[in-house]
Design a protein. Sequence first.
Length: 370
Amino acid sequence: MRLAVDGREFRPGVRTGIGRYLLEVLRAASRAGASCVVYGDVGARLDDALPGVDFTVLRAPWTQWWDQVSLPRALARDRPGVFLSPYYKMPLMAPCPVVLTIHDLYFIGYPGRHCPVYDATITRLARMYARRSAAIVTDSEYSKRAIATQLGVSSSKVSVIPVALGPEFKPAPLTPAVAARYGVAPPYVLYVGNFMPHKNLARLIRAFALLPDAERRRHALVLAGGYGEGRPALARLAVELGVADRVIFPGRVDDGDLPSLYSGAAVYVSASLEEGFGSTVLEAMACGAPVAVSNRAALPEVVADAGLLFDPEREPDVAATLARILTDAALAADLRRRALARAGLFTSARTSERVLELLREVAARRGDPS
C-alpha cells in the first residue's frame, strides 16, 4: 500500500504522544512492506530509519499554506492510495482519501480560553473536515461519543483503536545515571506530560501536601515533561505549601530514559480532568508501575481494574488514594502485576496494525490497486 502521513509531529529530541502514535503506525506499515512517504515542515525530522518509509520536507511560509497548498501538491505528485492525518484537519483539495485521527476535542472550548468566536470557528472547521474525511480514528469510546455528538458525524464513521505501546516500554531498573540525570531518587510519585490546565497539576501538588507527614517526607513528587507555561506557577504553589523541597521538576525526559523512570516510581499518577486516552499511564503500566488515576474521561477505560481511581477535584481523595498505595506494599505489588497484565493487551495487532487495516480498507474503497 502506498501510504502518505503528516509527520510534522516528529521533532529532533522531542517525542509527543501524537509522535509516538505515528511512529508505531509507521513501524507496522514498514513490517507489512507498505510504501510510505512522510511529510514534514522545515523543523521536522524522522530519526527512526524504517524500511520503505521516506521522509520529505515541504516548505511553506505559514501553517495554513502547508496544509492547503504544499501538502495537496505533494499528494498529487506522489499519488498515495490514502493519507493519514494525525490531527482533526485535512487538505480540502486532497487528491486521495483522508483518514483523520482525532485523539480528543480539547481544541474546542478549552477551559480558560473563553473565546466563543474562536471556538465557533474551529467547531465549524472540524465538522467540515470530519464530513469530508473517509474515516476517523480515535483512541477511546469516550472520545468516539464526543466526536459523534459535537462534530455531527455518524458513529459508524469513527473507529476506536487504542494507542499502541512501543516495544521499549517494559520494566527496567532505575540506573544511577538516569537518577542523577533528572535529580530523582526512590521512592517517588511520578507524573509525565505537559503542564496544561486540564492536567490538574495544582490540585495534585495540593494533594501531595496533604499526605501524612511520614509519607510526604519520605517521597518526592516528580513532575516530568512540562511543555506549556504552567511550571512557574506550580513551583510557586509548592513553595507556598511548604513542599518545594519535595516537588521535583526534571524537565523533558529522553525517550530512552522513560522506561527506567517509570519503573522506579512508587506510583504513577494522572489527575487529569480531560483525557482522550492517556498514553503515559499505559506506558507506566507497561513498565510495572502501580497507577492511580482520575475517574474522568477515558482514563477509567484505559486502566480498567489495573489501577486505583480517585475524584480529581477532591484533593483529600487524591491524597488518600496515593497514601493507600504508598503505605501498603501488598497492594502496590498487586497493582504492579495488574498493570503489566493490562498493558500486555495493547499489542501491535490490537492497535497500530488495526490502523493499517483501516487505511487499506479506505484505499480499496477508492479502487486503489495497492
